[in-house]
Design a binder for this molecule. Structure first.
Ligand code: HEC
Ligand code: HEC
Length: 343
């Protein structure tokens, strides 16, 4: 055996050994995460505990948190739609009021640094409070919600989560945020490939993977990391004029006009339509084929468009391979996992 192949074999052995256990021991870390993920971060004043996550799950699915009694968080983040609001472009809140943007998936949302397409919330707690109070989403009547949370229905779960029965909206949002941090998925075919099971992807899917991670397409320079996002803001040239100014509405910086947070691509095949507003100036973006076509065409000449988005000259077969790769990012176990399901 040559020196190189001996080193290669050693590396492979280490890789295989480290892939032996797919999840950490449940007693060690909560929530358990796949071996190739870091632990889920949380703010120091809101540690993740099973009791708090369980309370949060009940709150997440409870329509009575909204003024109409009918719009829970899960109304727009439905488990069967990979916690997005597919197939809707924009969502309907209380009284049928419509928002302006497409509801993103909540899969692995605990890893996101800033929340919302424009990054205006810095924590899941603040994000949940914003949705809870937003007049076009839940428009909460906090007096009525406080009464519900003090009722016999919630009392025991509340005490298990917080140690006492002092009710506050902040605590309710902490519980919901904790539940969201437990929605971790990392067992798509792509994940199995990353963990060393290379035979799990077809030749076409592997071609798509190589293109996705190539300097030619630059996809992974923005959609990198274990959730296929850099958590930064870019314009990909969907419009010549952005009516929704995106990140600019938060920072007021001209270079942020028309930029939006790079979305995770987890379960992307399940969450059409795509993009922050569900459309481009050519109309609704309904399919992954249309997304890849957009990148292949290179987008508009919008002044803030990122330079990496430019004509790619991909053949039909290469575009199809990219789409095939994007479809390997689906982990459908989250759709029916009892830990995340409607109570
Ligand atoms: C009426 C529909 C609706 C309801 C109800 C709703 N959301 Fe959302 N959610 C959205 C939309 C639309 C966005 C994107 C808005 C934006 O970026 O400006 C969003 C964004 C989010 C995000 C940001 C994800 C990311 O990656 O940036 C999180 C987290 C979230 N919602 C959680 C919740 C929680 C928790 C609740 C309940 C307290 C809730 N949502 C209620 C529609 C809804
Ligand atoms: C310059 C950074 C950047 C590059 C390069 C890039 N993307 Fe994106 N991607 C984004 C951003 C930002 C959005 C959201 C844009 C918006 O809504 O305005 C997005 C949206 C998407 C979406 C829709 C996601 C959703 O949930 O709606 C898909 C799919 C996607 N990109 C795939 C790709 C592929 C495939 C490539 C390579 C051909 C690529 N991206 C290259 C930053 C990038």
């Amino acid at each position: 055996m040559t020196r190189q192949s001996a080193i290669g074999l050693l590396a492979l052995t280490i890789l295989l050994l480290s892939c032996g256990t797919e999840t950490t021991e449940p007693d060690e870390v909560f929530p358990a995460v796949p071996a190739h993920f870091p632990p889920v971060p949380f703010p120091p004043d809101n540690p993740i505990t099973p009791a708090k996550a369980e309370l949060g799950r009940h709150l997440f699915y409870d329509g009575r948190l909204s003024s109409s009694g009918t719009v829970p968080c899960a109304g727009c983040h439905r488990p069967e739609a990979s916690f997005s609001d597919a197939p809707f472009h924009v969502s309907q809140g209380v009284g049928g009021l419509q928002g302006q943007r497409n509801a993103p998936t909540l899969i692995n949302v605990g890893y996101r640094k800033l929340l919302f397409w424009d990054g205006r919330a810095g924590s899941l707690e603040d994000q949940a409070m914003a949705a809870f109070l937003n007049p076009t989403e839940m428009n909460a009547d906090t007096v009525a919600v406080a009464a519900l949370l003090r009722s016999a229905e919630y009392r025991d779960r509340w005490r298990s989560a917080f140690g006492d029965t002092a009710v506050s909206m902040r605590r309710a949002m902490q519980a919901i945020a904790t539940f969201e941090r437990t929605i971790v998925a990392g067992n798509s075919r792509y994940d199995r490939f990353v963990r060393g099971d290379t035979a799990v992807l077809s030749a076409q899917e592997r071609q798509g993977l190589r293109l996705f991670f190539s300097d030619r397409t630059m996809c992974a320079s923005c959609h990198g990391g274990h959730d296929l996002t850099n958590d930064q803001f870019h314009s990909i040239g969907l419009f010549h004029h952005y009516f929704d100014a995106g990140r600019y509405t938060v920072t007021g910086q001209p270079q942020d006009e028309g930029t939006f947070k790079t979305p995770t691509l987890r379960n992307i095949a399940e969450t059409a339509p795509y993009m922050a507003t569900g459309d481009s100036e050519k109309g609704p973006v309904e399919t992954l084929e249309a997304v890849v076509q957009h990148y292949n065409d290179g987008g508009t000449t919008f002044h803030n468009k990122d330079r990496r988005v430019k004509k790619l000259g991909l053949s039909d077969a290469e575009q199809a391979a990219l789409v095939a790769f994007l479809k390997t990012l689906t982990d459908s176990s989250v759709l029916r996992d009892p830990r995340f399901a409607r109570p």
